[in-house]
Design a protein around this ligand. Structure first.
Ligand code: MN
Length: 351
């Protein structure tokens, strides 16, 4: 396997450079409730814009940074990012979106604005428009794409960025085992010698809140199994990242190849799907599962979505959740999926 050479991505880099021409100020925006892939990608693009093209750049996000590992990443690497606010949309500010596209429901970019740049590895949406568009679905992580730009820039790679990007790639691909391609491995190998291993360990093993364990308890009690599929609902949650965390966790149960988790946050039902099937097309699966009820996106083995249930009674939200779980099983080919069994047997709940 050849290591990445600075000249290798020159064409793309020149196009990026052309897009930046005349830009006075840049905000790089992550998707809502950003993950390490989007955070590391955003800081890398801002670093290149600032240091190579002298454009004042900052990183903004929507939603909250929920997952303990992601909070640790921002803290230990001293990554300064602020929530997106109305005043950010003033005249003369250009936007770059990373690891997402406009109008997909997972971000706070206004529908009536056109971004300057979109760099992403999710499938291209028909509605996506930008002056410079770089969509590579064959990449396991957006951080891999940004690593290539960073190397092509010829700039020195600070340890802080190398650590962020290598964690972005490894967490997005479950240590290069899920959806990772050769390009992701190449980028990871280029970053690894420059990354700070002690800080990486601090990021990967953070302290967890009590709330985390309470939610986990609820997730286990509500988990239902049917053949190779597991489903759970978390009810009202204080942290939207509990949903993907739980889906990942449940998929580790023996014999399971599909997991779905639902939780309610700020008037929305948040949904995550995970599969061990490399050909699962989880993104498409979830989009057709949710249909017009809400929005969803994702790629081969991971997907996320949201369904509004704001002014609805608790019962009506529960009904929507039940329907989603039933449709999930039907879509997997289980026509008579009434009889799901609880993960925890009555005996196992006794002390
Ligand atoms: Mn990503």
């Amino acid at each position: 396997m050849a290591l990445i050479q600075p000249g290798e991505y020159q064409d793309r880099f020149e196009k990026l450079e052309a897009a930046f021409k005349g830009a006075k100020r840049l905000i790089v925006l992550t998707h809502d409730n950003p993950d390490p892939d989007s955070v590391s990608s955003a800081f890398t693009l801002a670093y290149v814009a600032k240091n190579r093209f002298k454009i004042p750049s900052s990183v903004k996000y929507g939603g909250i940074v929920g997952r303990a590992e992601n909070r640790a990443m921002i803290r230990v690497l001293g990554l300064r990012m602020k929530p997106l606010v109305e005043e950010d949309f003033k005249e003369g500010t250009e936007f770059a979106l990373v690891d997402m596209q406009p109008k997909t429901g997972n971000n706070s970019f206004p529908k009536n604005r056109k971004p300057l740049i979109v760099i992403d590895h999710h499938p291209l949406r028909k509605t996506t428009k930008a002056d410079y568009l770089d969509i590579r679905t064959e990449y396991g992580a957006t951080a891999t794409i940004l690593t290539e730009y960073l190397i092509a820039s010829g700039l020195e790679i600070p340890s802080q960025l190398a650590t962020a990007l290598s964690y972005g790639i490894s967490s997005e691909t479950q240590d290069l085992g899920r959806e990772a391609r050769e390009k992701d491995i190449e980028a990871y190998l280029a970053l690894f010698p420059l990354s700070n291993k002690k800080l990486l360990a601090n990021i990967e093993h953070p302290k967890l809140s009590r709330e985390h364990f309470i939610t986990l308890n609820r997730a286990l009690h509500h988990s239902l199994i049917y053949k190779n599929a597991i489903a759970t609902t978390l009810g009202e949650i204080s942290n939207p990242d509990f949903v993907p965390f739980t889906a990942d966790f449940l998929l580790r149960l023996e014999r399971m190849s599909w997991a779905i988790c639902l939780g309610r946050y700020h008037g929305k039902i948040i949904i995550s799907i995970r599969t061990t099937n490399a050909k699962g097309e989880a993104g498409r699966f979830l989009r057709s599962l949710i249909g017009k009820k809400g929005t969803a996106g994702g790629h081969g083995m991971i997907a996320g979505g949201q369904v509004p249930c704001k002014d609805k009674e608790d019962e009506a939200c529960t009904k929507i959740e039940d329907e989603i779980v039933q449709d999930f099983l039907k879509k997997l080919g289980y026509k008579d999926a009434g009889g799901m069994t609880p993960l925890l047997t009555p005996e196992s709940i006794h002390d």
